[in-house]
Design a protein around this ligand. Structure first.
Ligand code: APR
Ligand code: ZN
Ligand code: ZN
Length: 367
């Protein structure tokens, strides 16, 4: 099988041949149809996640189940599926109390895919986020496959597997945004724009997009933002408060503020831009060295509400993917808008380059 591998830290990715084992118990082999290029793939390549090279990259994918292990009943050969990172265990405390989205014992395929050719043939691959879908076929745990409507466009719905779900879920699942509530989203990359689309789907108003890049704000507007704030020019906290008070008399900020950058400064903006008893949702991923300086504890207490973080949009793939695909098919969720371009499996380095310039929401490899 042809596949894209990051062999060593920082080196350009290579298209190589890999071996994909037959599906064992609890596993499935999936013929990949599409896979989005995400920042996380680049982080793997740069050694920013861990040192388990070589990595088999790609993790925002859709495909067709080609084979299943002997005991697998959740999906069948021929099913059109969206892949997720985390097959839930069904046994842990979170799963047993009916909150499988918080499962801390998720799993991936047990067997390893390996390099097929060259001096290091036989070397085990580490699949990105337990998926590894820049490949003609990949081996995953059966629980990583969620069957969705087969008439949906693969390149669009495959994106639900990562960043788009993280953003939509940050607004809807973690932030519990609804009609009658206001929301601000700080950072309008793929994740932030997805949070805006999710807020629009939920009927929130106003939906305030904040970014330092005017292009991102244009995109946010096209995805449902009712107001935009260029925080390189104005104080976003004051602007969010002003806009919310225009809509809801007495409002002192937004009911929900989603932070989709992953930095202390922007988290602090989110903290102070929310209304009393409002909710802050951190979906941006900070680095281990980051700290929030000078935050008076009395402000945490005095404002009430909730300071939350959102992992993978607190999604439950078996619940959320089919529902979002249906909304997409009804024309209520524009997943096509996230697909900036469809590319080939040989074009991933170029896609990383374009990602740096911030011109694309997603380049999607179509196989
Ligand atoms: N204030 C407002 N917006 C900012 C700021 C800032 N100080 N700094 C950066 N941004 C904007 C960028 O202009 C960009 O539009 O944040 C956005 C980040 O978008 P991307 O780099 O495309 O990242 P994305 O894929 O959306 O992920 C955002 O969520 O899942 C996490 O790891 C991911 O931490 C990352 C975050
Ligand atoms: Zn991703
Ligand atoms: Zn569990």
């Amino acid at each position: 099988m042809k596949a894209v591998v990051a062999r060593t830290k920082g080196a350009p990715v290579e298209v190589v041949t890999i071996n994909v084992p037959d599906a064992g118990p609890g596993e499935a082999v999936v013929k990949v149809l599409s896979c989005g290029v995400c920042h996380t793939d680049l982080h793997y390549r740069e050694g920013g996640i861990n040192d388990d090279f070589p990595f088999l990259l790609g993790h925002e994918a859709s495909g067709i189940v080609e084979a299943v292990g002997p005991d697998v009943t959740s999906v069948a050969v021929g099913d059109f599926v969206v892949l997720n990172w985390r097959a839930v265990c069904g046994e842990c405390r979170a799963c047993k109390r009916g909150e499988a989205q918080y499962c801390f014992a998720t799993h991936n395929a047990k067997q390893k895919m390996t390099l097929a050719d060259g001096p290091d043939a036989g070397t085990e691959l580490s699949p990105a986020l337990g998926i590894g879908a820049f490949a003609e076929k990949t081996l995953v745990a059966a629980g990583q496959c969620t069957k969705v409507d087969p008439s949906a466009r693969p390149a669009a719905v495959g994106l639900l597997g990562c960043g788009v779900m993280a953003g939509i879920g940050a607004a809807i699942n973690t932030g519990a945004i609804t009609r009658g509530k206001s929301i601000a989203v700080i950072g309008c990359g793929g994740v932030g724009v997805a949070a805006i689309a999710g807020a629009a789907l939920a009927g929130a108003s106003p939906i305030i997009a904040v970014d330092i890049d005017a292009k991102k704000l244009e995109k946010a507007k096209s995805m449902g933002a009712t107001h935009t704030v260029d925080s390189s020019k104005v104080d976003p906290v004051e602007e969010i408060k002003r806009i919310c008070a225009e809509t809801y008399e007495g409002a002192e900020g937004a009911d929900v503020v989603v932070e989709a950058v992953g930095r202390p400064e922007t988290w602090k903006q989110a903290f102070y831009a929310r209304d009393l008893a409002g909710t802050v949702v951190l979906v941006g991923v900070p680095t281990p060295d980051m700290k929030v300086p000078d935050l008076p504890l009395i402000d945490v207490f005095g404002r009430g509400g909730a300071l939350k973080s959102s992992w993978y949009g607190d999604c439950l793939p078996s619940r959320d993917f089919p529902m979002l695909v249906d909304l997409y098919r009804q024309g209520r969720l524009d997943l096509d808008a996230f697909v900036t371009e469809e590319i080939g499996i040989d074009d991933i380095e170029a896609a990383f380059e374009r990602m740096h310039h911030g011109d694309v929401l997603r380049s999607v490899v179509v196989l």
